[in-house]
Design a protein. Structure first.
Length: 215
């Protein structure tokens, strides 16, 4: 079974997806970390982050794997390096590159083969796994998302800077030529602004249980 969670940056998809996977006994797959690994590699190699052709060319050479729940780039554990301000700055642009999206989509599908998974991202329910049994679109206001990111303590940006950064990220994500952020026609819309993690998890787990009873 595939449980797909889509939504904008900072809405809490990773936290929710990881919790749901643990409670349901599913594999957790964070699609955004695959794109972050592409960006991290380019930055480490000193590739011009605005050179789309060079980013795409480099991405074709990469081996991105999930080992023991952690992201490995060319056999090196890079999980803790994926959420820096510098990676945040460029990952949206890099994930908009058509060739990069095609490469990551193939990697995600390969990783998910024969697994019960909870996978989250921007185009999971519309492009990567359009036949997912359960689809959710999670949302929240930009201000709420900025506050959550600030509370995580992983960014050196101020609250106003985070608001602007997330606003810019939304514009890029919603206007990508391939894999843009959108609400799938058969997805359940869920505004998490005023919900706790447990409340969101309960809603998603309820749908998983409903689906299991019909199989």
């Amino acid at each position: 079974m595939i449980v797909a969670l889509d939504g904008p940056a900072g809405v809490g998809k990773s936290t929710i997806a990881e919790n749901i996977a643990a409670r349901a006994g599913f594999f957790y797959l964070n699609s955004g970390n695959f794109y972050r690994a592409v960006t991290l590699s380019a930055l480490k190699l000193g590739i011009n982050p605005e050179d789309s052709d060079a980013i795409a060319s480099n991405s074709r050479k990469l081996n991105i794997e999930i080992i023991n729940g952690r992201v490995h780039l060319d056999e090196q554990d890079v999980d803790v390096q994926l959420h820096t301000d510098e990676v945040d700055r460029w990952v949206a642009q890099h994930s908009a590159i058509v060739a990069v999206r095609e490469i990551v989509t193939k990697a995600l599908r390969k990783t998910a083969l024969n697994l019960d998974i909870v996978v989250e991202g921007r185009d999971i329910s519309t492009v990567v796994f359009p036949d997912a049994e359960i689809k959710f679109y999670m949302d929240a206001s930009i201000e709420i998302r900025a506050r959550r990111r600030l509370d995580q303590g992983t960014s050196s940006q101020t609250f106003p800077e985070l608001v602007e950064s997330i606003r810019n990220r939304d514009e890029i994500d919603k206007n990508k030529p391939v894999g843009s952020l959108k609400l799938a026609s058969d997805a359940i819309y869920l505004d998490t602004s005023d919900l706790t993690i447990d409340e969101v998890c309960a809603k998603v787990l309820g749908k998983i249980q409903e689906r299991k009873t019909r199989i």
